[in-house]
Design a binder for this molecule. Structure first.
Ligand SMILES: NC(=O)c1ccc[n+]([C@@H]2O[C@H](COP(=O)([O-])OP(=O)(O)OC[C@H]3O[C@@H](n4cnc5c(N)ncnc54)[C@H](O)[C@@H]3O)[C@@H](O)[C@H]2O)c1
Length: 275
């Protein structure tokens, strides 16, 4: 039990990679506050943590909003009396409100990028981490210790023009991590980044379920089969990654085993970052 007596916050902990990280932290002894826009999934995951014998608290909060964040952080301090670990998992791609019509078979180019999508992608992937850290770091400074893990992506360093803005925001997450790590290192606060590869999460599974329904040739395949068909050529280890892979990397980085590791991006991507 590396994390007994520690209190962790996981944003986006209600689903997908965040949910896997919550489970792994709890499995190693941490009490966990699950912060998510979706209060129902957050409550379900918090109940699972309690069933594991840990304390847990679900908070419905939009972590793009600094007022909601301040309320959530205060509620966590009031509930647990301390915060030791912050995992910033919230992030993802953002859809255009009015998608542009393009001739069939053509791909998005740089000049097609929608300004609103650019802004909202930065808000979801970069601003959320800035606001959460700004709210929690004063508590870490007061107690003279703390651990932060920001969730990045393999796409922080692997350019994909079809996901242009997302790639830029994830590169920002990696640089944000190293800048913050430099400033906080003398205060015994570690700041690192876990960069996932290809993880079958519920949203991605639903997308592949729809693709299977619309494609008679895909009959009998599972979403995991479909995802691996696409991703395998770029994954040296030839398999998908899991939320638990990200959870185990996070547990290591927030444990005392990693006390002298800070400012790093750990690519948990089956070797994709090697190119
Ligand atoms: N799935 C992958 O293959 C993959 C690969 C690389 C990186 N990532 C990164 O991992 C992280 C998690 O990805 P995922 O696939 O598990 O995502 P997901 O969409 O399955 O889950 C995200 C969770 O965050 C919550 N959320 C969204 N916006 C929020 C907000 N404003 N405030 C609070 N909660 C909010 C959602 O309700 C959801 O529970 C993201 O940062 C993503 O960019 C995912």
């Amino acid at each position: 039990m590396k994390l007994e007596g520690k209190v962790a916050i996981v944003t986006g902990g209600g689903q997908g990679i965040g949910e896997g990280i919550v489970r792994c932290l709890a499995d190693d002894g941490a009490d966990v506050a699950v912060v998510d826009l979706n209060g129902d999934t957050a409550a379900k995951v918090a109940d699972e943590v309690k069933a594991m014998g840990r304390r847990s608290h679900a908070i419905q909060s939009d972590v793009t909003d600094s007022e909601q964040i301040d309320q959530a952080v205060q509620e966590i301090i009031d509930t647990f009396g301390q915060i030791d670990i912050l995992v910033n998992d919230v992030g993802g791609g953002v859809r255009a409100k009015r998608p542009q019509a393009r001739p069939p078979g053509t791909r998005q180019t740089f000049v097609d990028i929608d300004e609103d999508v650019w802004d909202r992608t930065f808000e979801l992937n970069a601003k959320t981490q800035f606001l959460m850290c700004r709210a929690v770091v004063p508590h870490f400074l007061k107690q003279g210790s703390g651990k932060i893990v920001n969730i990045g992506s393999r796409l922080a360093v692997i350019p994909d023009p079809q996901l242009f803005t997302y790639c830029v925001t994830k590169a920002a997450v990696v640089h944000f991590t190293s800048l913050l790590a430099t400033e906080l290192a003398p205060h015994n606060i570690n700041v690192n980044c876990v960069c996932p590869g290809d993880v079958l999460t519920p949203n991605i599974a639903r997308m592949f379920e729809r693709a299977i329904q619309n494609n008679p040739e895909a009959e009998g395949k599972t979403p995991a089969d479909m995802f691996l068909d696409i991703a395998k050529p770029r994954i040296p280890m030839q398999r998908l990654q899991t939320p638990e892979d990200m959870g185990k990397a996070t547990v290591f980085l927030v444990s005392e085993d990693a006390r002298n590791i800070t400012g790093q991006a750990l690519y948990v991507d089956g070797g994709q970052v090697m190119g």
